[in-house]
Design a protein around this ligand. Structure first.
Ligand code: GLY
Ligand code: MN
Ligand code: MN
Length: 456
C-alpha cells in the first residue's frame, strides 16, 4: 500500500539531496532490507530497512533508492520488482516500476533486474558516493563490481567516485528531528501501546502465565491496526522483573508478584516503547509502593529536564540522584558503607539496583539512530548534545532489587521500571504515552475496573 501522503517522503529526499549538495554533490544509494529465511523455505515477516522507508514509504523487498545531487541535475530513482502475475497469485500485489514511480513520487523507476546495467552509468562522473556499507551489506559486492566497471573506463576520461561518505551521517541527523507526519504516527503508536498496557492490567490475575498477558498486548496492538510489536515484549513477573532483557514470558504469576511489562507496538513503521509495573493482585504492598513511588519520583525529576536546551544526560543525573537518596532512605544502601548521597553517586553504589541508562532516542527504530554526543571533540570526554524541538526520547528509570545479604528481605525480587515516550516541543515536552495508567492510584483503579467486566 502507498502511504496516505507521499509529500513527507518526497520532502525528505529533497532535504537529503540539499545536504549532499552542501558537501559538493554526488550520488546516494540506499537499499532496503533483504528477506530473511526463518527455516527451510519459510521467511521471517519482511521488515523494510528504516533508512530506505524513511525516504520512500515503499515497503516491498528487493528495492533500491538512488539519488543524484549534481549542479546540473537532481533526480530521485527507485529500482523495484517488476509486476509478475504468477508471483502475485502466491505472494500478493506488487507495484511494479511504472505504478511505483507515480504512487511514490519518484522522477524515474526501473526494474530491479536493471540495477547492474544502470549503476555503472549512474556512477560515472557522479561526484562523491553517499553510501553505508553496514546497513544492508548485501549490496557491497555488487557496488564494488560497478565501481570496477566505471574505473575500467578511466582512459575515456570517466571517473568513479573517489570519496565515499557514510550516508547515515546525514540521515541520522535528519531522523533525529521528527517532522509532523512522524509525530502523528508516533502518537498513534504510543496511544495504542498505552491501551495495550491498560488492557494487560485489567486482565492480570495471579495463577496466569506471563504469555497470557503477552497475548492481551498483541490483541490490542493488532485490533488497532498496528503491524507488529516494535520489539520482543517483556512480561516479567516476580524475580523475572529483575532480569533486564527477560523475554521468556513462560512463568506462572503468583499472588504478591509485581508484573513488569515493557512493550510497544510498531504503527506504520514507528515504534512506541512503554514500561509499566503493577501488582498481580491489584494492590501494591507497602514495600512495593515505597519502591514504586521512588522510581516514579525519579522519572518526574528526569522529565523536568525534557526540554530544548537541556543536555541529554541531565535527566539521567536527576533520576540517579533521586534514586540514590531513596536507596539510602529505604536502607537498601548503608550510609556507613557507601557514604552520603554524593559519595554513593560518585562511587556508583546505586548501580547495585539501577544499572542502565535513563533513555534513548525513539523513532523508526526502538533504539533510534542519532548521535548522543557532540561530534566536535573526540573520545569519552565529548560532551553530550543538547535536546532540540522534534526529538523523541524515552525516560525510563527503574530499580531492580535482587536478593542479597545487604538488602532487607521485604524488598527482595522487586523489579520496577516506568518508561514513557517524550517529544521535545518548543516550550517543554509532550508525553506521547500520557494516557497509560501510571500512579499507584491510577493503576489500582484500572485493575479494579476489570472485575465487573471480566471475572477471574
Ligand atoms: N524496550 C527496550 C528499551 O526499553 O530500551
Ligand atoms: Mn526503552
Ligand atoms: Mn522499553
Amino acid at each position: 500500500m502507498a502511504p496516505a501522503s507521499i509529500a513527507p517522503f518526497q520532502a525528505r529526499r529533497q532535504q537529503l539531496i540539499a545536504l549532499m549538495m552542501e558537501q559538493g554533490g554526488g550520488i546516494a544509494i540506499i537499499p532496503t532490507a533483504r528477506e530473511l529465511i526463518r527455516n527451510n523455505d519459510n521467511h521471517f515477516p519482511f521488515r523494510h530497512d528504516s533508512y530506505f522507508y524513511y525516504l520512500s514509504g515503499f515497503s516491498e523487498p528487493e528495492a533500491v533508492i538512488v539519488l543524484i545531487a549534481q549542479a546540473e541535475q537532481q533526480r530521485s530513482i527507485l529500482f523495484c520488482r517488476e509486476k509478475d502475475p504468477e508471483h502475485e497469485i502466491w505472494d500478493g500485489f506488487r507495484f511494479g516500476p511504472t505504478a511505483a514511480q507515480s504512487n511514490f513520487g519518484f522522477d524515474f523507476a526501473y526494474p530491479i533486474e536493471s540495477l547492474n546495467d544502470k549503476m555503472p552509468e549512474l556512477l560515472a562522473d557522479a561526484g562523491k558516493l553517499f553510501y553505508s556499507n553496514q546497513t544492508e551489506p548485501h549490496l557491497n559486492h555488487q557496488l564494488s563490481q560497478w565501481m570496477q566497471t566505471v574505473r575500467g573506463k578511466s582512459r575515456s576520461g570517466i571517473s568513479a567516485p573517489a570519496i565515499t561518505i557514510d550516508v547515515r551521517e546525514l540521515l541520522d541527523e535528519m531522523r533525529l528531528i521528527k517532522d509532523p507526519h512522524e509525530i502523528a504516527l508516533m502518537q498513534r503508536a504510543a496511544s495504542i501501546s498505552g491501551a495495550a498496557h491498560a488492557r494487560a492490567m485489567r486482565h492480570a490475575r495471579p495463577g496466569q502465565f506471563e504469555y497470557e498477558l503477552e497475548a492481551e498486548l498483541l490483541h490490542e496492538f493488532r485490533r488497532h491496526g498496528a503491524q507488529a510489536p516494535a520489539y520482543g515484549s517483556i512480561v516479567a513477573s516476580g524475580a523475572n522483573a529483575c532480569v533486564l532483557h527477560y523475554q521468556h514470558n513462560q512463568a506462572q504469576i503468583r499472588e504478591g508478584d509485581l508484573i513488569l511489562i515493557d512493550a510497544g507496538c510498531e504503527f506504520d513503521s514507528y515504534a512506541a516503547d512503554i514500561t509499566r509495573t503493577f501488582p498481580a493482585s491489584g494492590k501494591f504492598s507497602a514495600a512495593q509502593k515505597n519502591v514504586y513511588n521512588l522510581v516514579l519520583n525519579a522519572q518526574q525529576a528526569a522529565m523536568a529536564w525534557a526540554r530544548a536546551g537541556a543536555v541529554y544526560m541531565d535527566g539521567h543525573h536527576a533520576a540517579v540522584r533521586v534514586l540514590t537518596e531513596g536507596m539510602l532512605d529505604l536502607g537498601l544502601l548503608d550510609k556507613n558503607i557507601v557514604g552520603n548521597v554524593d559519595d554513593a553517586i560518585a562511587g556508583l553504589a546505586y548501580r547495585q539496583f539501577y544499572m542502565h541508562g535513563t533513555g534513548h532516542w525513539l523513532g523508526l527504530d526502538v533504539h533510534d539512530v542519532g548521535r548522543y554526543r557532540d561530534v566536535q571533540k573526540m573520545g569519552d570526554e565529548r560532551p553530550y548534545r543538547r535536546l532540540q524541538e522534534g526529538m523523541v526520547i524515552t525516560i525510563e528509570p527503574g530499580m531492580y532489587v535482587r536478593p542479597a545479604d545487604n538488602v532487607p528481605e521485604q524488598y527482595w525480587n522487586i523489579g520496577i521500571r516506568i518508561e514513557d515516550d517524550i517529544l521535545i516541543t518548543a516550550d517543554g515536552h509532550l508525553n506521547l504515552s500520557r494516557d497509560t495508567p501510571k500512579t499507584v492510584a491510577e493503576i489500582e483503579a484500572e485493575m479494579r475496573s476489570a472485575t465487573s467486566v471480566c471475572p477471574a
